[in-house]
Structure formats: structure tokens, C-alpha cells
Design a protein around this ligand. Structure first.
Ligand code: MSP
Length: 504
């Protein structure tokens, strides 16, 4: 089975911050989980390099757009391995392979009769690269997202006949209620559609930083059309000499933030219909990470307010797993929620170190101390195994709905249950009383439980999961192994703390 997942492609007008890392981490969790299930996974991320936001930022910095794009695209590309994100390809919209395919597809949209020339007159936000109307216009004609004055634009554009897709889109939403998830976002998108669709600009005449319109070389494509098409174009050239489109299109999941809902749930399906391409299965819309201050109030992360959490700094001190875990644990995936350094520290110590780290240290060190690391193939404690058995199914089911926080919580119950098991069984007392048989059974049960936990938690904390599995001499990540198996002889090595106290 094929599973194709994408993140939005990131604007190269600024350096990456935690909000960008967030979507990439979330997509990675799903990609890794589906690989564990033996599916054929393709995971795409990349950078959005054309258009006004980038052209303006380059102008401010006194460099060419290409220079700015090269510099910042590299930062986004480098972020991925630092986050332990396992994308299969990194697309840049300045790639030749992307540009020719954008021209090809939009030429087809033109030839299919969905395009005409007209004059655009209205409000425009150069930071959003978005033409605004109705309630998208803030007080005093400002952009409600960026707070900057909107520009009154009047220019000759090629238009896309979005209005002619009104019925098709309404039908799509009726027939495929999980096209947009969660439900609240579905309702939001549908009400935008039923509110009546206007045709939209497909090209810009004023800009030069973009993909040239093949039938009118004085124009470049409006950046959102160029950008959205990345999800399709990448499949055409990601693998040298191979076209992956047949295998992976349509996408299983587009993950996006709530600020770009209209583009992905309204413009994008209409554009695909116009090009005669299949529609993605799901667009999942997540919320925003906000900065929580000491009094518990949440603020939008903003560079100008200087309150942006730097993912690189966190990774340097605590490693990628801690960041991945924290983001998906603290904020219920799909909703907005506050993050803070204090909250991070509390979960790092209270959950990662004291719950999982402690379980892994205790289990491996007791196996080393009491059994010399040689865990025998004995019958495991059936009562405990029966409690762990259903968790794999629950986690998979939650992830099938992209409930990344719920699934993490469900997997974490296994960690907590195993820690309670250690307390209940007190292996140190069994060792003292010389009940070797009971001791071997308890330790073998713990080792198998810890292995299950490491397989379950792999998508969220791949590095720690690998270290645990390595210490247990059981390296398979196959999801079948998320269900406990019968006792097996294993050589177990003592594990150094997974989540050590950071140097001050
Ligand atoms: N280039 C467009 C996307 C084009 S996709 C065809 C874009 N880029 S962006 O860099 O501004 O944002 C990329 C993603 O990061 C968006 O999904 C956005 O919602 C997400 N985030 C940016 N800041 C965020 C938070 N503070 N919290 C969570 N995600 C946020 O939009």
C-alpha cells in the first residue's frame, strides 16, 4: 500500500523556527508509523521560493532573491536531519524539474478553458501573498494576520475560473466528509465555499520572481499556484530516471497549518480538477504553537517580539527526541496551544527522564545485575501482557485519524503500566529471597514490555527507541512487534540514561 504525506513548503524569507519544525515533526511521525506497517511511504517537504514575500525580503537585505533563497533553503534542508525527520525528498520550487512541470500542468489548465485575462482590483497582502476580500480584511484595511496595511492593487492578471468549481467542491465536501480534518476546519472550508467563490488571479504582471507563464511570458504565475503544485511535480523528478506519480498520487495526507486552509482546501482541489488530476485523500489542518508566558498567557510567536523558540538551540541541548515529544505531547494535535521553556523542562524531567528513561535504565540494569544480561526464554506474565496487547491497535487507529497526541498518550500508558509493574513486583526482593524463577519471569516480562514500548514510540522518539532496541538486542521496528510476543532468550545490555540532566 502506498502512503504519501506532505508538509507545506516553507517560505525562504526567514530562517526556520519552531512553527516550521512542528509540521515537519508531525508528518514524520505519520511517515515513520506507516513505514513500520510495511507500507510504501513517500514523505515530501521543501521550500517555497518564489513570489513577493521572498522578493521583498531579498530587497530588504540587499541580495538577489536567488541568493536569499539559496541561503535559507539550506537552513530548512539542514533542519530536517537535525530533527531526525526522514523526508524522502526535499523540493525547492526553484528546481528546474519543478518549474517545467508547473508550466506543463498550468498550460493544460489554460488549454482546458479554465483561464482568462482580466483586471484585478482589490486588496492584497504582500506578506501573505494573498488577495483579500470580505472578512479577510482587518480594521483600517490591514492584514489581520500580519497587522500591516493592505495594498490596493490594480493590474492585469490571468484569472483562474474558481467560481466554475463551486458545485464540484460542494459535492466533494458532501461525499468525502474526511477530505478536510478535523471537523471544525472542514466546516470552516465548506462555509468559505458555500459563501460563494470568486475567480482568482493566476498570474502577476508586476513581479518577475516566479515561474514564467508559457502562453504570456510577460507574466509569472501567482506564487500559490506554483507552490501548491509542488505536491505533484516532486513525484516526477524526485528519483532520477523514475516517475513516482503513478505510484504515489493522490497524496494520502497534506498536513498544513490553519493559516493556509483556504489555499489547500478550496483552491487546490479546484486546480487539480481543472488539470484533470485526482484529489488528495485528506488535508489535515493543525493549530498554532503559541508562546506561553510565566502568567500562563499565550502569544503568537513572532520574530519582532523576539519570542520565537529556536528549534536548533533546543536540539543542541536536549536532542531531537525531546523536542519532538514535547511539541506533540503539550499541544493536542489539531488545536492551538501554548509552549514554554518551563513546560518543556517539566515534561523532559517528569516524563521523558523519570518515566521512560527510568523504565529503560531500571529494566536493563536489573537484567544485567541479576541475570548477567542473559534473559532466558521463559513464560511471561500473562496478566501484564494482556494489558499491553490492545495498545498497538489503539495507537494505529488513532494515527489513522492523525490524532498524534492521542496516540502518543495511548502508547505512554504502556510506559506507566510497566513502571507500576516494577513497583508491584519489586524484583530486588525476589533476588534477595532467591526466587530465581519468579525473578526471571518478571525481568523477561519487563524486557518484552520495554521492547513493545520502543516499537510503539519509534515515530515520536526514533533515536531513543533505537537505543532501547539496541540494548535489548531486538532491532526490528516492524509494527507486528508492537504486540507482545512469547518469551525469547535475549542478551540485554545496560543502558546509559536516555534523557540525562543537561549541563547547566
Ligand atoms: N509557503 C507557504 C506554504 C505553501 S504550501 C504549498 C507557507 N509557508 S510558511 O513558511 O509561512 O509556513 C509553513 C507552515 O508553517 C504553515 O503550515 C504554517 O501554518 C506553519 N507555521 C508557521 N508558524 C507556526 C506556528 N507558530 N505554529 C504552528 N505552525 C505554524 O505558508
Amino acid at each position: 500500500m502506498a502512503f504519501y504525506i506532505t508538509t507545506p513548503i516553507y517560505y525562504v524569507n526567514a530562517a526556520p523556527h519552531l512553527g516550521h519544525a512542528y509540521t515537519a515533526i508531525a508528518a514524520d511521525v505519520l511517515a515513520r508509523h506507516h513505514r513500520q506497517r510495511g507500507e510504501d511511504v513517500f514523505f515530501l517537504t521543501g521550500t517555497d521560493e518564489h513570489g513577493e514575500p521572498v522578493a521583498l525580503a531579498a530587497e530588504r537585505e540587499g541580495v538577489s532573491p536567488q541568493e536569499l533563497a539559496d541561503r535559507n533553503a539550506e537552513r530548512f534542508r539542514a533542519l530536517m536531519p537535525r530533527l531526525d525527520v526522514s523526508n524522502d525528498f526535499f523540493i525547492r520550487t526553484t528546481d528546474e524539474g519543478h518549474k517545467v512541470r508547473v508550466q506543463e500542468i498550468l498550460q493544460r489548465v489554460h488549454d482546458n478553458g479554465h483561464v482568462y485575462k482580466g483586471t484585478y482590483e482589490g486588496w492584497y497582502c504582500p506578506r501573505c501573498a494573498d488577495f483579500k476580500s470580505g472578512n479577510e480584511i482587518g480594521p483600517d484595511d490591514t492584514c489581520p494576520i500580519h497587522g500591516i496595511p493592505l495594498l490596493w492593487e490594480q493590474e492585469e492578471n490571468w484569472f483562474f475560473r474558481l467560481s466554475s468549481f463551486q458545485d464540484d467542491l460542494e459535492r466533494l465536501f458532501r461525499e468525502q466528509p474526511d477530505f478536510v480534518m478535523p471537523r471544525q476546519r472542514y466546516n470552516e472550508a465548506l462555509s468559505f465555499i458555500t459563501g460563494g467563490l470568486n475567480d482568482i488571479s493566476l498570474s502577476r504582471a508586476k513581479l518577475t520572481w516566479g515561474v514564467t507563464v508559457p502562453w504570456d511570458p510577460e507574466h509569472v504565475f501567482y506564487v500559490w499556484f506554483d507552490a501548491l503544485l509542488n505536491y505533484v511535480t516532486a513525484l516526477g523528478y524526485a528519483r532520477e530516471g523514475e516517475d513516482l506519480t503513478e505510484k504515489f498520487w493522490p497524496a494520502t495526507y497534506h498536513l498544513i497549518g490553519k493559516d493556509i486552509l483556504k489555499f489547500h482546501t478550496v483552491f487546490w482541489p479546484a486546480l487539480l480538477l481543472a488539470a484533470g488530476l485526482e484529489l488528495p485523500r485528506h488535508v489535515f489542518v493543525h493549530g498554532f504553537l503559541l508562546m506561553r508566558d510565566a502568567s500562563g498567557r499565550d502569544f503568537k510567536m513572532s520574530k519582532s517580539l523576539g519570542n520565537v523558540l529556536d528549534p536548533f538551540a533546543i536540539i543542541d541541548t536536549f536532542g531531537p527526541d525531546a523536542l519532538r515529544y514535547y511539541c506533540l505531547r503539550e499541544v493536542s494535535f489539531g488545536q492551538d496551544g501554548g509552549v514554554s521553556t518551563a513546560g518543556f523542562a517539566a515534561r523532559y524531567e517528569g516524563e521523558l527522564a523519570n518515566e521512560l528513561g527510568n523504565l529503560a535504565s531500571r529494566t536493563t540494569s536489573m537484567a544485567a545485575r541479576y541475570l548477567d544480561g542473559a534473559v532466558p526464554a521463559v513464560d511471561l506474565d500473562e496478566e501484564l501482557m494482556a494489558e499491553l496487547r490492545p495498545i498497538a491497535g489503539e495507537v494505529a487507529e488513532l494515527l489513522d485519524r492523525a490524532d498524534l497526541t492521542g496516540a502518543l498518550d495511548s502508547a505512554w500508558q504502556a510506559v506507566r503500566r510497566l513502571n507500576r509493574y516494577v513497583e508491584e513486583q519489586a524484583p530486588w526482593n525476589l533476588a534477595k529471597s532467591g526466587d530465581d524463577e519468579a525473578l526471571a519471569r518478571v525481568l523477561a516480562t519487563l524486557v518484552e514490555g520495554l521492547r513493545v514500548v520502543a516499537v510503539l514510540l519509534h515515530p515520536w522518539i526514533p533515536g531513543s527507541s533505537a537505543r532501547i532496541l539496541d540494548a535489548l538486542g531486538a532491532t526490528s521496528l516492524d509494527y507486528a512487534g508492537a504486540v507482545p510476543a512469547a518469551g525469547t532468550a535475549r542478551t540485554v545490555q545496560r543502558l546509559a540514561p536516555l534523557f540525562p540532566k543537561p549541563e547547566a
